[in-house]
Write a protein that binds this ligand. Structure first.
Ligand SMILES: Nc1nc2c(ncn2[C@@H]2O[C@H](COP(=O)(O)OP(=O)(O)OP(=O)(O)O)[C@@H](O)[C@H]2O)c(=O)[nH]1
Length: 266
């Protein structure tokens, strides 16, 4: 969606270097991570998807008059966090998604928040997370109350929103932009760019019990000082796709979209 939504207006001053923000979307299968990602990128709602695809998308945004080069990793864990290195050391902010009509997905979101809290503790570096209760349009089938969402977010000190990938775009965009704001605040506190590293594939033996206690046995929280690291070339284990057009929604005749790999968009 190169610059379509957030293009700086002509005459709005000299262009500044875009802030680079990496955003990872986490949550149980079916919570609506892909639908939210695609809604944000294209203003469209998808109803068919390939649950095994994990992609990272790139979008030029303007948030509070500042250009932002945003990368969004739509993760595809199975039911619990797995091989979390690929996003733990990459993201500047996390969107943890559950579905308001699924208690299981809410429980998983709690596991993800635990994981992020543990990682922050291990690395002494906090990365903002936002908790999203998705599928608000399905509120009549609610299994999770808004109060529970608020309480869980409060426990982990994160922002909380209820959204729907199939309702208004502006609300979804607002949430993504809030994530950028949170990331920016954190980056301003520690202006050094976060290291784009992935670890060699080996776990730290002493960390296993900690993660296992939280049902996160397949995740390791490697820090710069404890493992040998290699520089991450681009986005780890993910295909980078630039979405080229998203004026689609505002036009009567749907134009050709450069589609997100694997999605059918209607
Ligand atoms: N009614 C409704 N359905 C939604 C919403 N968001 C997603 N869905 C549907 O829920 C199903 C799962 O959505 P996905 O976006 O693929 O969920 P995901 O979290 O990416 O799941 P994986 O791809 O398996 O990791 C799909 O059938 C979507 O069409 C929503 O806000 N409202």
């Amino acid at each position: 969606m190169s610059s379509v939504f957030g293009k700086p207006r002509a005459g709005s001053g000299p262009p500044s270097t875009p802030l680079e923000v990496n955003l990872a979307i986490l949550g149980r299968r079916g919570a609506g991570k892909s639908a939210l990602t695609v809604k944000f990128l294209t203003k469209r709602f998808i109803s068919e998807y390939d649950p095994n695809l994990e992609d990272t998308y790139s979008s030029e945004e303007t948030v509070d008059h500042q250009p932002v080069h945003l990368r969004v990793m739509d993760t595809a864990d199975l039911d619990t966090p797995r091989n979390c290195e690929r996003y733990l050391n990459w993201a500047h902010a996390f969107l943890v998604v559950y579905s308001v009509d699924s208690r299981q997905s809410f429980d998983s979101s709690s596991s993800y928040l635990e994981l992020l809290a543990l990682h922050a503790k291990e690395t002494q570096r906090s990365v903002p997370a936002l908790l999203l209760g998705n599928k608000l349009d399905m509120a009549q089938y609610r299994q999770v109350t808004k109060a529970e969402g608020v309480a869980l977010a409060g426990r982990f000190g994160c922002l909380f929103f209820e959204v729907s990938a199939c309702l208004d775009f502006e609300h979804v965009q607002h949430v993504f932009h809030e994530a950028v704001r949170e990331a920016r605040r954190e980056l301003e506190k520690s202006p050094l760019t976060r290291p784009l590293f992935i670890s060699e594939e080996r776990a730290l033996p002493h960390q296993a019990p900690l993660t296992a206690r939280h049902g996160l046995a397949s995740c390791t929280f490697n820090t710069l000082s404890t493992v040998s690291l290699k520089e991450m070339p681009t986005v780890a284990q993910a295909k980078l796709v630039t979405v080229k057009s998203s004026r689609a929604q505002s036009k009567r005749k749907a134009p050709t979209l450069t589609l997100l790999k694997g999605f059918k968009i209607f």
